[in-house]
Design a protein around this ligand. Structure first.
Ligand code: CMC
Length: 392
């Protein structure tokens, strides 16, 4: 059965050629279209990064203005969409709501089934980037039992999103610019990460020519798991469970114990064997948010910082090159911004949508693209004859 190379988890198989995102895991480098992630987080806006990922170049002032107008033009949801939300139980996990509702967009936009038409593909892309915040905010409002807040197109992408999440009727809602900027940075940090599990899922789903909204729903499903996007939720729950600095050694000991399935959530990465460059920016953003909100003494932050310090000195973590990843500090930041834990992975999905759809577009226009069809090494029974029921 030696015809195929067995590569579980695809640790040594490149599934495509791509010009979008570059990662050097040993150096801790992450570039979007050549630009370092920290420079983009510090100087750019999320919509500018969307444009960059999709078009390959930073937009000019006019291009950015036009692009922003186009995106804001698509932020509303069809009124029929209300029914989808009402069909869910209020206690549904918002990621379950996202998988269903984003998939349902395919039923609203049948024109997007013509994926050979570049114009239709572009409109689908705009719709996705524009509608994800509206859908995500709505999932949040639905779970907390508050009325849905309509998008406001005079606000920036992140300001509008925060307002849709946190404004309540009959109360003024002023978006705090420092927090909106932090939100924008978080979106930038999550925008793309080359061929991770969910992106590969979107590409594989798309390789059959499926509707783009359905492909993105497949990506959301994959992202949900705790080894991937669900880690931000799991990391915060873990920090809460640890609760105080004196409990840390006990949890570090458990993480090293191979008979205990417990892992330090927010630690380790398949590709980064050096500090995750996104984690560096995220840690800084976390401090900015806590400073702005006067929450410098946040006990979760104390636990996180001490846990990081202890783990980075521990032989086990050093030897295995386990460093904090993006999810280690994002939970504390999102918690301070006011998001319930269940929403963390939703925010990741919102931001990653641009990466997914940029990769989907790249694949769709790649002349070498074929349907993704991995083979296997068969280890089951050899051919044998059917045994009638009374002879078994
Ligand atoms: N705590 C304790 N031990 C760990 C951890 C951890 N967080 N991560 C890896 N290890 C150990 C693991 O037990 C294994 O040890 P051994 O070689 O003795 O069997 C070794 O390190 C290599 O781990 P692996 O599971 O083979 O590595 P992988 O590349 O398959 O998995 C990972 C990468 C991110 C799934 C894993 O590090 C992990 O489960 N981390 C915790 C979850 C997490 O934070 N995920 C977010 C990743 S970044 C954002 C995203 O992708 O969405």
């Amino acid at each position: 059965t030696g015809m195929f190379t067995l590569d579980p988890g695809f640790t040594s198989t490149a599934s495509c050629e791509s010009q979008i995102t570059y990662i050097d895991g040993d150096e801790g480098t992450l570039l979007y279209r050549g630009y370092p992630i920290d420079q983009l987080a510090d100087n750019s806006s999320f919509l500018e990064v969307c444009y960059l990922l999709l078009h390959g170049e930073l937009p000019t002032e006019t291009e950015l203005k036009d692009y922003t107008t186009t995106i804001t033009h698509h932020t509303m949801l069809h009124t029929q969409f209300d029914r989808f939300f009402e069909g869910y139980r209020r206690d549904a996990h918002p990621m379950a709501v996202m998988v269903g509702t984003v998939g349902a967009l395919s039923a609203f936009y049948h024109d997007s089934t013509d994926i050979d038409d570049p114009m239709q593909r572009m409109i689908a892309t705009h719709r996705l980037i524009a509608k994800m915040p509206t859908i995500a905010a709505r999932a949040h409002k639905y779970s907390v039992g508050q009325p849905f807040v309509s998008p406001r197109n005079d606000l920036s992408y992140s300001e509008n999103f925060l307002r849709m999440c946190f404004a309540v009727p009959a109360e003024d809602y002023e978006v705090n610019p420092v927090l909106a900027r932090a939100m924008d940075k978080i979106f930038i940090l999550h925008a793309d990460h080359e061929q991770n599990a969910s992106t590969s899922t979107v590409r594989l789903a798309g390789s059959s020519g499926a509707n783009p909204f359905a492909c993105i729903a497949a990506g959301i499903a994959c992202l949900w798991g705790p080894s991937h996007g669900g880690a931000n939720e799991a990391a915060l729950n873990m920090l809460r469970e640890i609760g105080s600095v004196d409990k840390i050694p006990e949890y570090v000991k458990r993480a090293k114990d191979k008979s205990d399935p417990f892992r330090l959530m927010g630690f380790g990465h398949r590709v980064y064997k050096n500090y995750d460059p996104r984690a560096k920016v995220m840690q800084k953003t976390c401090h900015e948010v806590l400073d702005e909100l006067d929450k410098r003494d946040e006990p979760l932050l104390q636990v996180a910082m001490e846990l990081e310090r202890i783990a980075l000195e521990d032989e086990y973590f050093v030897e295995k090159k386990l460093y904090p990843n993006i999810d280690f500090y994002s939970g504390i930041t999102l918690n301070a911004l006011g998001f319930p834990t269940e929403m963390y992975t939703v925010l990741f999905a919102l931001a990653r949508t641009v990466g997914w759809i940029a990769q989907w577009e790249e694949m769709t226009t790649d002349p070498t693209q074929r349907i993704g069809r991995p083979r296997q090494i068969y280890t089951g029974a050899a051919q044998r004859d059917y045994v009638p029921l009374d002879k078994r």
